[in-house]
Each structure stands twice: as structure tokens, then as C-alpha cells.
Design a protein around this ligand. Structure first.
Ligand code: ASP
Length: 343
């Protein structure tokens, strides 16, 4: 490879972006990434060397799970020193979950990992795939004195670069499919690519890059709704092996103060199961103790998820459980921002 240009590894996991329409049948099929440069000649104009690697069987991202997250992490780990940046092509449906998980799994990351995808296949006339792909590669190639400018896991979609663990898919049909309501954009693509340097994550560059591959998925995600029954909650909370729960509460972290509810959570915490309070609102933060309705949660030892997204909350829980953090350290670790996922 030409050393004077950044070396970028493009990792194709699946999703709409990598599909082309068979013009005779109209059916969408996965695209052979070995021929990427031939199919998208614009890529040859970019000032970087591009190499590609693809999942053996590309998947729709609705089939994503932690085993695939480990697969992506291992591809990055084994190519970490040979490449200056990574672009992960992924279906948009669960992209925020995967990208959030990778942000925890890749500790002391000193290079860009940019997730992108598209709403329309790359072969479609009105596709958003080309712009998303080309700009993601440009973002991953950004350097200052031969060192990457971006040193975190991010997500690029429709002219905006976001911190990955702050994103949520908010629209199933608009090209602007993602939002980061609690953290500013890292960069914006217009006539110029404008990087908001002050918002970039600054890892400790003295520490070595470390890949965490143990994720514990013995968790539950419970969204409260007025009328939720004691019977339902009791059943969920008595799931064998359950180790952690993400509780999506109302507004700034509020919930019912009915005795059966608080008692049930209290007994669950006493059994050693961690409960994390996050808000159902797309933006804003949990402030435990702000209202009487969350004061009780604070008293029984519920952990505050502050302004974390559901996507980052679930993957952070799996990551910390997988790392065997002692129970007295767990609350402190969860309430601390590890990769810029909470304010
Ligand atoms: N269902 C597709 C996926 O997430 C949608 C997309 O690629 O945007 O894989």
C-alpha cells in the first residue's frame, strides 16, 4: 500500500447499502464488495487507499447480535496497526446498537471507526448510499501530521457525523434517519467538511488499545406504561440468570410510587440485580430525586442512566456485566461516562 496516503479498511456487514437491484427482476441482492472500486469509480478519486472485507454472509441488521459485534471488533483488532481508519457498512435498523456496543468494546481507540449505511441501495438512481459512503471514507481519512483527527466510534448519515453512542434511529423513511439529541454533531458535510474539534472524544493516548469481547446479554429492557401490571413485572424480574435491567421511565426519570412497584424493585436490587433508570424521552436526562416519584428509586439504589440512549444503555450494561465489575463498583462505573456516552 502507498504509505503517503491513509489506509482505510471498509468492513461490509450487510444492510441495504450493499445491495443492487437486478434490473430484470427488480429484486435486491447483495453486492460483491471485491468489485467495489469498479462499481463506484468515484472512490478512486479519494485521497486514500481502500481495502475491503466482508462478512461471509452479509446480514440484515435486524439479525444483529453480540456475536456479530465481536466479529466486527475482531476484524478491527487484527487490522488495527495496518490501517489508519475503518468504515463499517451496516444496516440502519440496529446501527446505533452495534456502533454503541463497539464504542465500549474498543477501549483507548486512537483511530476513527465510522459506521454508515443508507436508506436506498447503492445501485438505486436516487440513492443516499454514495454520499454516505464517500464522506464516511473521507472522515476516516482525516489526518493532522499523519495522525487521525477522529479517535472514536462515530456514525455518519445524511451530511452529519455523530458520536455513535449518542445516536438513535428516528425515521424509517427519511434520508435523515438518525439523531443525536443529547450531544452536538461531530462534523457536518456541506461545501466543506466542517469538523467540530471541541466536541471530539479525546482518549488517553498513553494507554494501549484494548478489545473487550465478553458481553453478557442476561439483561432486560422494560418500558413503563400507565397500567403495567404487577404480574407482568414479577414474571420478567424472576427470569433465571437475570443480571441487569434497563428501566425506561417517564420524563426526568419518574415512575409510579405504588408500593408493590417500589417493593418489587427493592427486592430485585437486594438479589444483586442491577437496575438502571433511563428516560423514555428522546432528549433530556434522568435526574433522580428531582421529583418525589424518582426519589424512592434513588433510595433503594437504582442506578441513574442520566442522558444515555437506550442503545448505549443496553450495550453498556452488557459490557460492564461481561467485565465482572464488583457490585459496589458497578453503580459508580455505570454512572461514569466511559466513552462520552453520557453528559
Ligand atoms: N433492514 C435494513 C437493515 O437494517 C435496513 C437498512 O439497511 O437500512 O439491515
Amino acid at each position: 500500500m502507498n504509505k503517503s496516503k491513509p489506509n482505510i479498511l471498509l468492513i461490509y456487514t450487510g444492510g441495504t447499502i450493499g445491495m443492487i437491484k437486478d434490473h430484470k427482476t427488480g429484486v435486491l441482492r447483495a453486492f460483491d464488495f471485491k468489485h467495489l472500486l469498479k462499481r463506484i469509480p468515484e472512490l478512486q478519486l479519494l485521497d486514500c487507499n481502500i481495502d475491503t472485507v466482508s462478512f461471509q454472509t452479509p446480514i440484515d441488521s435486524s439479525n444483529m447480535n453480540p456475536n456479530y459485534w465481536v466479529q466486527i471488533a475482531e476484524i478491527i483488532e487484527s487490522n488495527y496497526h495496518a490501517f489508519d481508519g475503518f468504515v463499517v457498512l451496516h444496516g440502519s435498523d440496529t446501527m446505533s446498537y452495534t456502533a454503541s456496543a463497539l464504542s465500549f468494546m474498543l477501549e483507548n481507540l486512537a483511530k476513527p471507526v465510522v459506521f454508515t449505511g443508507s436508506q436506498l441501495p447503492i445501485g438505486d438512481l436516487r440513492t443516499d448510499a454514495k454520499e454516505n459512503l464517500i464522506t464516511s471514507i473521507q472522515v476516516a481519512s482525516l489526518q493532522h501530521v499523519h495522525k487521525p483527527i477522529i479517535k472514536e466510534v462515530c456514525l455518519y448519515f445524511e451530511y452529519k457525523l455523530y458520536r455513535a453512542n449518542r445516536t438513535t434511529k428516528i425515521n424509517a423513511e427519511h434520508f435523515e434517519a438518525f439523531a443525536s439529541l443529547n450531544y452536538p454533531d461531530l462534523a457536518e458535510s456541506g461545501v466543506h467538511l466542517k469538523v467540530n474539534h471541541e466536541h471530539l472524544f479525546k482518549p488517553n493516548l498513553k494507554k494501549p488499545f484494548k478489545v473487550h469481547k465478553h458481553l453478557d446479554n442476561n439483561i432486560a429492557l422494560i418500558k413503563l406504561f400507565p397500567g403495567i401490571s404487577e404480574n407482568l413485572l414479577k414474571n420478567i424480574l424472576s427470569t433465571p440468570n437475570l443480571k441487569g435491567i434497563i428501566l425506561e421511565t417517564y420524563g426526568a426519570g419518574n415512575c409510579t410510587t405504588e408500593k408493590w412497584f417500589i417493593d418489587l424493585l427493592d427486592t430485585t436490587i437486594k438479589k444483586g440485580i442491577h437496575i438502571i433508570n433511563i428516560t423514555q424521552c428522546s432528549g433530556g436526562s434522568v435526574i433522580m430525586g428531582h421529583y418525589e416519584t424518582s426519589e424512592l428509586l434513588k433510595k433503594i439504589g437504582v442506578i441513574s442512566g442520566k442522558d444515555i440512549t437506550t442503545e448505549a444503555a443496553t450495550s453498556k450494561l452488557m459490557y460492564l456485566l461481561g467485565n465482572n465489575i464488583s457490585s459496589n463498583m458497578f453503580k459508580t462505573m455505570y454512572e461514569t461516562s466511559l466513552r462520552g456516552e453520557m453528559s
